[in-house]
Design a binder for this molecule. Structure first.
Ligand code: COA
Length: 260
């Protein structure tokens, strides 16, 4: 289906979803949240899609936050609904069952940082700036920022970023574990494409198992997480791709994974 605020393009097994509001630094209003939800639901069920890249249009911003103009007249009930819609989108991305890479070329602020943190991998250009500046608006993060920042980077970093509201540069984000990799500004697209292609060639069921086990394990006690890992590991042995991967190794050839 056609989107108003998104563009979607496929290359091999890689689907790139680009938020397309560059004049507003790709700020997230309700319509954009809803379109993103539809786009990710489509990506989830399309067997041709093995990896998703999430990007923001233009040079300046991945996403500069939730749309402040749209939020400015919210009452508490509207704010609650908006927060829930944002959080539902973030959880859908996190639980997509396919790897999602955030391409961070500029500002990833507020809802933009929350969106990036819901992705599984984040590649940043050196000039990217990340932060949770909601405090400057008299707000707290509402799309999961307090919770995912805490889980990704720990209590100290979560409190520092949310309490001070000051953006950090890509190198600091890397040091905090908030981004996977930092590359020179001109090398971002090649780095994202290389990573996406690698993941698109991997065994989809095993990728899904890893995403699921890590997501589940992040929220439960170690013994439960280990039991879950065992079940997921065992399930891999029912897949054609597991056979292909092991036979290819023993036959000294490159595996070709079908997704079965
Ligand atoms: N919501 C709505 N509109 C936004 C926005 C947001 N989060 N972030 C930027 N925009 C809009 C600006 O209002 C401006 O629109 P206009 O040209 O119609 O006036 C346009 O995007 C360009 O932004 P501008 O502020 O002129 O760019 P800049 O380079 O001077 O500053 C930022 C860039 C990112 C530092 C600045 O836009 C900013 O602080 N944005 C808000 C960040 C934020 O608080 N996010 C959390 C929201 S909960």
């Amino acid at each position: 289906m056609a989107f108003r605020n998104l563009r979607s393009a496929d290359r091999g097994g890689v689907r790139t979803i680009t938020i397309q509001r560059p004049d507003k630094l790709n700020a997230l209003d309700r319509a954009t949240l809803d379109e993103l939800m539809q786009a990710f639901q489509q990506a989830r069920v399309d067997p041709g899609v093995r990896v998703v890249v999430l990007a923001g249009a233009g040079d300046k911003a991945f996403v500069a936050g939730a749309d402040i103009a749209a939020m400015s007249d919210f009452d508490a009930a509207q704010a609650q609904a908006f927060s829930r819609a944002g959080q539902a989108l973030m959880r859908t991305i996190e639980q997509l069952g396919k790897p999602v890479i955030a391409r961070l070329q500029g500002y990833a602020l507020g809802g933009g940082m929350e969106l990036a943190m819901a992705c599984h991998l984040r590649i940043a250009a050196r000039r990217a700036r990340l932060g949770q500046p909601e405090i400057n608006l008299g707000l707290i993060p509402g799309f999961g920022g307090t919770q995912r920042l805490l889980r990704l980077a720990g209590r100290g970093a979560a409190l520092e970023l949310c309490l001070l509201g000051q953006p950090i540069d890509a190198e600091r984000a890397l040091a905090l574990g908030l981004v996977t990799r930092v590359v020179d500004d001109g090398a971002l697209d090649a780095a994202v494409a290389e990573l996406a292609d690698n993941l698109a060639a991997a065994a989809p069921r095993a990728l899904a198992g890893i995403l699921d086990a890590v997501d589940t394990g992040g929220e439960c006690a170690l013994d439960q997480g280990l039991a879950y890992e065992t079940q997921t590991f065992a399930l891999c042995f029912a897949s054609a791709d597991r056979r292909e991967g092991m036979h290819a190794f023993l036959e000294r050839r490159k595996p070709v994974f079908s997704g079965r």
